[in-house]
Design a protein around this ligand. Structure first.
Ligand code: IMP
Length: 183
């Protein structure tokens, strides 16, 4: 579904499907170069990173492997608390692997900070992060993000895998929500 299919729900489009696709191609080209000859393991964080993962790995021109984790972050409303529970763990042993975490969006960075700590204990050869979107607060988070799609304003956004109350993940553009949807 495109933004034009939801004229009443969205406030403004931040990035069109075409812009997102172009940015993914650019990030994929950098990853190709950095990981040439290394067959990285991309670890997608369910559910939000499904679209980023699918588009990123298909834009890459080197071999890669894929695995998934699902985590739940306990917080009040839309804020995360940093207390994270693993709902689905990796099926791959990451010891001595080049691991690239693929995340949809970093807000406080608390979820990723937990994930990085957890995966480090499994002794990967390298561990880096690609996040499609990053909000300002994440700049002060204790995680180094190597690859970023876009730095965005501190607003709640939907589309390209990002949901509000389970909806809008299949919106191909990235947009902010109209107030009446969440008030
Ligand atoms: P953090 O731990 O605060 O960085 O939270 C990251 C998670 O919160 C993301 O993986 C998303 O699931 C969710 N999230 C944060 N901001 C947004 C947003 O603007 N739209 C949709 N989901 C968001």
């Amino acid at each position: 579904m495109r933004a034009a299919d939801l004229p009443d729900d969205l406030e403004r489009v931040l990035y069109s499907q075409e812009e997102v696709a172009h940015r993914i191609d650019e990030v994929a080209a950098v990853i190709d170069k950095d990981y040439a000859g290394r067959d990285p393991l991309l670890v997608g964080v369910l559910n939000g990173a499904v679209m980023t993962m699918a588009d990123l790995c298909r834009a890459m021109k080197i071999h890669c492997h894929m695995d998934w984790m699902a985590v739940s972050s306990y917080g009040a409303g839309t804020r995360s608390s940093g207390v994270v529970r693993i709902l689905k763990d990796l099926t791959t042993d990451i010891e001595d692997r080049d691991v690239l975490i693929v995340e949809d969006i970093i807000d406080t960075g608390l979820t990723l900070s937990y994930l990085v700590q957890n995966l480090r204990t499994r002794n990967p050869r390298s561990l880096e992060i690609m996040a499609m979107f990053r909000k300002p607060e994440a700049i002060s988070a204790p995680v180094d993000v190597k690859y970023i799609g876009y730095d965005i304003p501190n607003e709640f956004v939907v589309g390209f895998g990002l949901d509000y109350a389970g909806r809008y993940r299949n919106l191909t553009d990235v947009a902010t929500l109209a107030e009446h949807v969440y008030k």
